[in-house]
Design a protein around this ligand. Structure first.
Ligand SMILES: [Fe+2]
Ligand SMILES: [Fe+2]
Length: 288
């Protein structure tokens, strides 16, 4: 059994400071085997914002798999945006844009989907997919395979297909052929869990697609700050949402979704438990 703490969209520069210490405390209590941070560590990719993000990551449990998001590429500094878009990310967070963790039960591979040429969108390319295949395809059946990107492979109803990572189908076909179990992402600032059999309809295999909300930023899109805790066993994966409850200044347990391994891949075991989430705070504008 392995426990993954999945945080996303921290957005240092636009954080709600009240969430930071409780998040660190909850992370330590959960005692994860791996911490995943699926991008948008900063709001505008500035040095000071990256320094804050770096210090926050240093206070979280290790090991960590961290990937950049579109907000980690400078938006207004056009020279840097095109000359060296991830200069600050590499300087303050990590030089490793293909982070990888592996033990005898789990492998976690990170992919950078942030690009200079689009403001919001992301993309995955054939070289990146080949790298993941190299790492994951040959693993023994007993090792669960997890892939981390910032931009999503699926989304709840009402979101635009344009928000999907570019070349999603090409990548997903390769991942699923390689026995991928879980793909985790962020970017939408909305929590969501599904499996690939619905959007991708790949015969004989179904991977889980898990989306985290924003853990710490004020850029919520209709739901409070949250993060996910994934417990991965050979035949079962549970995805528990932890949700910020401002009155208690705490991240409390929210929806719990459970999936079982079947011959066709991962399928939902039980209907989702009703969430105990509070409505979003008033007065915060939806963001892009
Ligand atoms: Fe974001
Ligand atoms: Fe993003």
């Amino acid at each position: 059994m392995r426990t993954l703490l999945h945080l996303s969209d921290l957005h240092f520069g636009r954080t709600d400071p009240a969430t930071l210490a409780p998040l660190l405390a909850t992370a330590k209590e959960i005692h994860p085997d791996v911490v995943i941070v699926s991008g948008d560590l900063t709001q505008r990719a500035r040095g000071g914002q990256f320094r804050e993000a770096r210090d926050f990551l240093a206070a979280l449990p290790q090991p960590q798999i961290v990937v950049p998001g579109n907000h980690d590429v400078p938006l207004y500094n056009v020279l840097l945006r095109f000359a060296d878009p991830l200069a600050n990310y590499r300087r303050y967070i990590t030089d490793d844009l293909e982070p990888y963790y592996r033990d005898d039960e789990i492998a976690v591979a990170g992919i950078n989907t942030a690009r200079s040429l689009t403001f919001k969108g992301g993309r995955i390319n054939e070289r990146q997919v080949a790298r993941v295949r190299e790492r994951l395809c040959a693993l023994p059946e007993t090792v669960a395979r997890v892939i981390v990107t910032h931009h999503p492979f699926d989304m709840p109803e009402g979101h635009m297909e344009a928000d999907l990572v570019g070349r999603a189908r090409m990548a997903m076909e390769a991942f699923v052929a390689c026995g991928a179990d879980v793909i985790v992402s962020g970017h939408l600032h909305v929590s969501h869990t599904t499996h690939t059999a619905i959007r991708y309809k790949l015969p004989g295999r179904s991977a889980l697609v898990v989306q985290a909300g924003t853990a710490t930023s004020t850029r919520e899109r209709g739901e409070p700050n949250s993060f996910n805790v994934l417990v991965i066993e050979r035949a079962r994966v549970s995805v528990e949402r932890r949700v910020w409850r401002a009155v208690d200044r705490a991240f409390v347990p929210g929806a719990l979704e459970i999936f079982d391994r079947t011959e066709e891949g991962w399928e939902r075991a039980t209907p989702p438990k009703p969430a105990t989430e509070e409505p979003p705070p008033p007065g915060r504008a939806p963001v892009g």
